[in-house]
Structure formats: C-alpha cells, structure tokens
Design a protein around this ligand. Sequence first.
Ligand code: P53
Length: 485
Amino acid sequence: MLKKDFLWGGATAANQFEGGYQEGGRGLATSDTKTNGSLTCKRKHSFLNENNEIIYLHESELISHQYQAALDPNMYYPSHKAVDFYHHYQQDIALMAEMGFKCYRMSISWTRIFPNGNEFIPNEEGLKFYDDVFNECLKYGIQPVVTLNHFDMPVYLAQHQDGWLSRNTVDCFLRYCQTVFERYKGKVKYWMTFNEINLLRGYATLGIHEMNTQKYYQALHHLFIASAKAVQLGHQIDSDNQIGMMLANILTYPETCNPADIALELNVSRRLKYFFSDVQCRGYYPSYILKQWEKENIEIIKESQDDQILKDGCVDYIGFSYYNSGVVTTREDAGMSLGNGVNMAQNPYLKESEWKWPIDPIGLRISLNILWDRYQKPLFIVENGFGAQDTIDEDGCIHDEYRIHYMRDHIREMKKAVEEDGVDLMGYTPWGCIDLVSAGTGEMKKRYGMVYVDMDDEGKGSLKRIRKDSFYWYQKVIQSHGECL
Ligand code: P53
C-alpha cells in the first residue's frame, strides 16, 4: 500500500502557468523574453543590439554581453499571460480540490517578490498574492509544494551581473528564500530549490550571455551553494520544513550488452543526472567530476567555507520528473545525438508521443529503484505526464483516453516500486494538471492537463476551464488511494 499520507496532486510552474507578468509590481523575468515556438518550432529570446534594434537569438546563439532584453510588441510571449492563474487561482484550486488533491506543486515567481532581484525590501503585493494562493489551498486541505526557482530569474540580474555567474546572485537568491521561508512559515512545509538543476544551461535559467563550459560549471557551483544554503536556512527558520532537490530523471539504457555500451551509459548517466544528485544528496563533488575538470582545465573559484556549506546543506528528499527514457550507443551511425558526441538510438520496444518522447512506464519503476538504492532518501515524483493534442468532441467533452493510459501504466509501476521493492515514496504530482504553456516549445497545443484551458499557440481563447475525461478518472484514483486504476 502507498503511505496513508501519500501526496496525490498535480504540478505547475509560474513561468508557464501564472501570467500577470506586469501586475502587482512584478519585475521582468528572463522567461518573459522567450517567444512562442509555434511559428519557428524553436523558442527564441528577444534582445536589443548596439543600434537599439530588437533581435532574436536562440539560447545557443547568445554571443555578446551588449544585449539587453527587450520586448517586441509584435511578438507573442507566452509567459506574459500564460493561462492566467494570476486571475483564476480560486477557480483552479477549486478544480484541484474537486479532483481530491492532497498537495499542489507550484513555483514562486522570484520577480514578484524582488522585481530586480537585488532589492533589500520585498514587494508586498507579490507576497500577498502567494498568501492568497496558499490560503486558498489550505482551505481545502491541499498542502502547497513550492519550487523556489523554476526556469527563470530577474532580467536585471542577468543584464547587470551575468546571472548565476556572479557570486552576488547567491546572496540575492538567499534574501528571496529567507523572505518566503519567513512569510509562509506554517503554511508551506514542502519546498524544492532549483527545478531540474541538471537541465539548466541557457539564458532563461542561468542568465549568462556568453556561455562556455568553464562558466557553466562556475555558475553551477553557485547554484549548488545557493541550494545548500537555502536548505540550511529553511531548517533554521522552521524545523518542520522539508527541502528537496529537483532532478530531471531522464533514464538511459545501453543499446547492447557490449561492455563499451555499458561503460558509455555509465558515463552519460553521471554527466546527465547523477553528478547533480550526488552533490546535493551527498554534499561533495564526486571524484569522476573532479577528474573531468582536471582533464578539461576547468577551475572553479570557491570561497573557503564552500565545501562545508555543501556538506551541511544536503537535501531532505529527491523530487524528480520522469517522462521517458533514452538509449545510448557507441555506434557512430545511430543518427541521433545528445550533444557532446554522445549518440542516441531509437528504442524498438517503445512507442512514442507525437512529440517523439518514448513512453516507458517500467522505466519509472527502474528509476525509483536506482535513486532509492543510491541515496536512501525519500523520493517524490513531482512531474510525469503525457503531452498531447486534445480536441473538444461534438459532445463538448475531451476524451483523452491516451493520457489515462499513460498515467495508469505509470502509476502501476510506481506502486510496484513501493509495494514490491520497498521504495520510500512521498507522492505523485503529474505535470501541468491544468493545461499550460510548454517549456520546451512555448506551445499551448502540447497539453498535459486533466483540465483543458481554451487558449491557442498565439494566446487566443476564452481561458475557459473544461474537465477532461482524465479529470474524472484521476479523481477516482485519488479517492481509492491508487487502487482503482
Ligand atoms: P515540455 C525537457 C526534458 C525533460 C523535462 O516539458 C523538461 C524539459 C524541458 O522542456 O522540462 C520539464 O513543456 C519541466 C517543465 C516542463 C515539462 O518538463 O517541454 O520541469 O517546466 O514543462 C514538460 O513538454
């Protein structure tokens, strides 16, 4: 059986869900400079060049320090309105309560609290908004699970100090953490520091204009320090606080039993995931990364107490996203690549979504076991789900049986990990429980929700919320504590 207090719920993030980007004194966030991807398939950021002209750059093309974020009135930026949780939070939380949610995972928008990021006095209107949101949750007995930072940062810090490359950003972030830990003490007990810390690389998330490997690892060191200090601070402010990390758990398989394939997979899974969880769960840099830095002449600037900070700031639990798995191969003709010269192959045993994400429920059970074996820390599946195009049927309903199948199969494997393997699992919060903007493409048509939101890729639509078939199905799942699938 799952724990009695198992946290059934759903997950969203401010930059993809909240909107109200200029309301309540909120400052501009890097995610607000990302266009929709529907026209180009790739999201781009808008900047001003030296001649004050607006230019668009993909994250990998950010080459100069001169650029300043600028918004083009003729472009659509999905985060500005998103699906307007800012004005719909009462209705949305009521829908979550109707499904029976025990928890709701969401993120706080940093620039709502500190518009530029470097202030000393927080923005009261921003704090008040989240008070209202948390009170609304608690009214229904829904526990908020809060990600402190989900794919954004103040544009001001990106422009003026190259974001996470600067040690000063750690101090700014900790002021923000202290503010929200103190303000929401007694209301929020479950926190996570950085969403998918192993996927942060671009301007939106790190705020660095001219990226290279040296800068990447330096910025990452600052993130690790910020996270470890946040964990300590959170515990000091309220010993009830549970503060987790958040890992994008992309499972990898070797293509064959060729030992070279196995060795490659070991290496890739470390670079892709376990380096991050090793640091945040064990409190020190693993030997394989120190050796890599030595080989690549990467030198991390540390302050004298940093090693101790990492040690004292280990996380309480591991929150992770799980969507799919991938196959790594030493074959050079495999066709797909993960960058860094790693070749990927297709998995002939798995079907894929419309967005070419393989569907692998057993991989979830495997992932839970690997993480549990490696760290012996409680686990929390804080994202899982099926991005698909939904259509409203003639009867006015959305019959999303494909989503029900995906979730049912994943919940079955999750239960096996708990009931047959003894994994310690805190909860399950499927991604985008109410439709929201895609992080990868900026599209609305890639939907994950159990509640449909009437809105298209260009931001047109009534924003009306409609319950999908999966809504009623998930309601039964929660009601039966996962027995009735
Ligand atoms: P979208 C890539 C691979 C795995 C997870 O993703 C990812 C990404 C980023 O695209 O991100 C997480 O919207 C992330 C969410 C995101 C969700 O997965 O591209 O934490 O913000 O929306 C799904 O389909």
